[in-house]
Every structure is written in C-alpha cells, then in structure tokens.
Design a protein around this ligand. Structure first.
Ligand code: TRH
Length: 396
C-alpha cells in the first residue's frame, strides 16, 4: 500500500543522500533512454537525489528532450547531470552509492573494479524490461553475486502486481491528466500549439506510434472508407512506408497532411516526452509500442493497442498474451475477444488485417475500462519510490 510523503522521505536527515548513477545504452529506438530519462528526472524532482545519467546516444536522447546538446560530453537538464558514455570516455570516476544498469547494458569494466575497490557499500541494480508475465513476481529483487568481485547485482523488475517493482508514474500525473481531459480549453490550447484545429464534434482522433507494420494500410483503408471522420497523428519516421504507399506520397515528413475519404493523416514532429503524454491524453484512441509509451497510454486512460517489440524467437508472444490476460480479465467476453483478436492481428505484421470496425463497436466499454484500469494500477506504489526504498534498504 502507498506510504505517506514523510515515510517516502527515504534518508534520515543527517546522512548525505546517496548518489545515483544510471547507465543507459540505446540498442535502437527510444525506449531505453526514454525509461532512464523518466526515472532520472523523477529521482531528482520527487526524491531530492543527486543523479548522473550516462548514455551512449545523445542524438536519440535529444528527440525526446530538446534541451540536450549532442555535442556536449557533460550537461545538466532538469537537475540531472547528463554524461556522454562513449568508447573513449574516461570511466575512472568516483562510482555512485547506487548504480542502475538499465536493461543489462553492461557497466564499464573500470567502473565495476573501482566499485569493488572503493571500500564503500554500493548497491548495483539491473533494471529489467517490463513484462506482465507471472514469473516476474518471484524474480523481482533477486541477488546475483559477482563471480570474481565482492559485489552483488540485484534484479529489479517493473510490473503490474504489487510484488513487483511497479510502474513509472510521476506524483499527481493522473490528476493532471484528468484536469486536462476535462477541460476543452486546455485540450484546444494543446492542439493549437501543434498547429492543429480542435477536434470537430463527431471526429475521432487517433495517435499511431508503431514499428514498421503493414497492417497500418488496412487501418488507413478502413478509416478512409468509414463514415466517421478520423484524424490520425503519426510521429515523423513512423509508418513512413505505409503512409507513402497509401497516399502515394514518397517521403512523408513532419507538418505534412494527407487526406483520403474520411481519413486525415497528420505527420507530427517528435514531441518532448511530457508533450507526448498530452497527445495520448488528447486522443480518443492510441496505438503504442515498446515499453514506455505502452505504460503512458495506460495512464492516459484511453483505449489503446500495443505493438510489442518483436523478437525473432517469438518470445514476445507470451508477454503480449500475459498482458492481455491481465488487461482483459474483467472485460465482457465479446469485448475481450474483439480486443485480443485485434491485438494479435496488429502484432502479426500484416499476415491478418486487424478489423477496426469490429473493435470500435466496443468503444464505450473500452473507454470505461481504460479509466478503471488506470485507477486500479495507480494503487500500486510507483516504480521510482520502490526502487529508492529497495536501494536504501540495501545501503543500510
Ligand atoms: O522507442 P521504443 O520502441 O523503444 C523500445 C522499447 O523500449 C523496447 O522495450 C526495447 O526493447 C526497444 O526499444 C529496444 O518504444 P517506447 O518504449 O515506447 O519508447 C519511446 C519513447 O519515446 C518513450 O519514452 C516516449 C518517447 N516519445 C516522445 O518523447 N515523443 C514522441 O513524440 C514519441 C512518439 C515518443
């Protein structure tokens, strides 16, 4: 159950607060740095901690945080010290008390040996990828002694149940969202900022953030021939091939508007992370992917579909089904079947087209459920508070 703000105050007054290092290596896309940036700035903003974020891809970082200057090896943003982590970066630095290795990115060897020789206690945590699978509960927090050095690494699993590390969500974020969604002026101001008129009465606004997915063409077809006006907002660089094919427009780029039948597609610039949250709040339906946008869409309390990061081995399917089982558990059977069928078709990379009309007939049920789901999830302690308490207990 949630603690009071005082109990959350994790360090006794006279001890200097522990220092934190977060290491993020970007494999591809934006999730690795997206999750680490969200965590880092919440540690500073809500837990008054001193945080140093090491990343090997300042260019991807700049896409979600325009304050970043990719040429600077050292800079500060939102109170977080940002350090470039490159091959030639001198890593013989003073290690922090708490060291977060995000997504098994492998810490620099010299940094690990300095930790071992420092004579101080360090808490080394591997922040794992999110999964809705049941096995996560029993693996959360497990230790792994280092084979050669007097160090222990702990596995910290985000998750949907109270016995996991929880999910990333900032304090009062759901209240802010509720105020935004209830205020037509605030919503209109957001659209105006993007240079987009406020939605017409019957219009449906859909955000589309996916991997390369040919099923987007069947969606465009359904929306174009439908009777409901649909405005689809797509970040630049996403579904480029499908937009180009459907609208015979070779290189769709930010600012472009395409129209066919009842469908308007608008290509957006990549938005700063908090602004992207507002896009999810302002739309009636959201297509999201990976990890971080997937969670943000749930906090947006709007119906959503998730394209999980596909793994060649197909290991992503049990993860997808595990989530659908949790999310659909108390949905009426027909709605759960429609949603599962759509999710599976959307993650099937075009083998079988997702049927929008069948799904959208469950609109009311999906909208109520999205609200209920977010209100249930928020009852669990948030990931950052769990991680701070976990590490402070290990530092004792
Ligand atoms: O970019 P992703 O596909 O990242 C993925 C996942 O993290 C996946 O787990 C990992 O295995 C893979 O990378 C390598 O999707 P994700 O996780 O949603 O991250 C996108 C981030 O970009 C998220 O923090 C939201 C942010 N974003 C913006 O800030 N502005 C935008 O306009 C958009 C579209 C996204």
């Amino acid at each position: 159950m949630k603690k009071t703000h005082l109990e959350q105050k994790t360090s006794t007054s006279d001890d200097p607060a522990p220092t934190w290092d977060i290491f993020s290596a970007v494999i591809d896309n934006y999730g690795d740095i997206g999750v680490c940036w969200r965590l880092a700035r919440q540690l500073v903003a809500e837990h008054d901690l001193k945080v140093r974020l090491w990343t090997d891809d300042l260019i991807s970082f700049q896409k979600i945080n325009p304050e970043i200057d990719p040429l600077l090896p050292r800079q500060v943003s939102r109170g977080v010290e940002i350090r470039q982590w490159a091959e030639n970066t001198n890593m013989s630095v003073e290690p922090a008390d708490v060291v977060i290795e995000a997504f098994a990115c492998e810490l620099p060897a010299v940094y690990v040996s300095t930790m071992a020789k420092s004579g101080r206690r360090h808490v080394w945590v591997n922040l794992e990828y999110l999964s809705a699978e049941a096995w996560v509960d029993s693996h959360h927090g497990l230790p792994s002694p280092h084979p050669g050095l007097p160090l222990i690494k702990y596995f910290f699993f985000p998750g949907f149940s109270p016995s996991t590390g929880g999910l990333l969500v900032e304090k009062n974020r759901l209240e802010q969202r509720a105020i935004f969604q209830a205020d037509f002026q605030l919503c209109s101001a957001f659209w105006r900022e993007l240079g987009i008129p406020a939605p017409e009465k019957k219009e449906v606004r859909i955000s589309l953030f996916c991997y390369d997915n040919n099923s987007a063409i069947s969606l465009f077809t359904d929306w174009a021939k439908g009777t409901t006006p649909v405005v689809c907002l797509i970040p630049e660089g996403v579904a480029t091939t499908q937009i180009a094919t459907f609208f015979e427009a070779p290189h769709p780029k930010k600012g472009n508007l395409f129209k066919k039948g009842s469908l308007i597609v608008r290509v957006l610039p990549f938005l700063e992370q908090d602004k992207y949250d507002k896009l999810l709040w302002a739309c009636n339906f959201n297509f999201v992917r990976g990890e971080d946008s997937f969670i943000r869409a749930q906090w947006a309390a709007r119906p959503m579909v998730w394209q999980i990061y596909p793994q060649e081995t197909g290991a992503h399917w049990p993860k997808l089904r595990a989530f659908l089982e949790r999310y659909g558990a108390d949905l009426p059977h027909t709605t759960a079947v429609a949603l599962t069928t759509f999710f599976e078709a959307w993650n099937n990379g075009g083998a079988r087209d997702p049927d929008w009309e069948s799904l959208w007939t469950h609109r009311d049920t999906l909208e109520k459920h999205a609200q209920k789901w977010a209100n249930r999830l928020i009852k669990n302690e948030d990931l950052t508070t769990n991680l701070v308490n976990f590490c402070n207990n290990k530092l004792k």
